[in-house]
Design a protein around this ligand. Sequence first.
Ligand code: SF4
Length: 255
Amino acid sequence: MTIRITNIQHFSLQDGPGIRTTIFLKGCNLNCPWCCNPETINYNIEKYTEKGLKKEFGYDISIKELEKEILKDKIYYSKNNGGVTFSGGEPLLQIKELKPLLNNLKEKNINICFETALQIPSKLLKIAIKYIDEIFIDIKILTEKEAKTILNGNINLYYNNLEIISNSNIKNITFRIPINKEYTMKKDNINKISELISKYPNYNVEIFKIHNIGESKYKLLNRKLQNFTNITDKEINEICKKLKKYNKNIKIIKI
Ligand code: SF4
């Protein structure tokens, strides 16, 4: 059994508590215009040329090899609930392949975190749920029509999956909201975001400015990254202040 990934990042400090190993899985069912990991969207391995050298985005790794990579840093995980984070792409799309690995990691008491956009078939989420200690859930576009046309998403699926999470035993749940003027900060969307985060007062909320960190990868993939309006620190502080009325656990992060 293999997992298709693009990268393994050791000593990551942004993807959950403590020191973590983050695995970026390849394949996503959404297509966010601001995606900073565009090489993770297509499940197929993609060829590109850099400085005359032929290279590929993505490779298959066996469960055994991946487990070995994760356990390399086990000694550092014991402090502050460190562990492994499955990111992407949409990591839950490969949950059936991941299941034997998750069983092994659970047996070894490794803290498991997922970063997900949550717009995946609920039966996949249900397989994952008993393994998850921490979860980051994206809040992107919540208006039904725009979620479909802009992200290729299904907002009803998102809300159903959120209900499944809220009825689960997962204790550490964080919403992550990418801030951009072009999509997520439209008035109707902000209203829906405010409503959603107020419904879950115990969840953490993290907001961050979208940035052009993935630009070079867009070039290698022959794709054009949309030009997003720069958001100033003052503006993001104001957005944070506004949303704090709806959920006091909100904070600004840098990604
Ligand atoms: S859900 Fe994440 S990985 Fe998928 S397209 Fe959107 S930002 Fe990129």
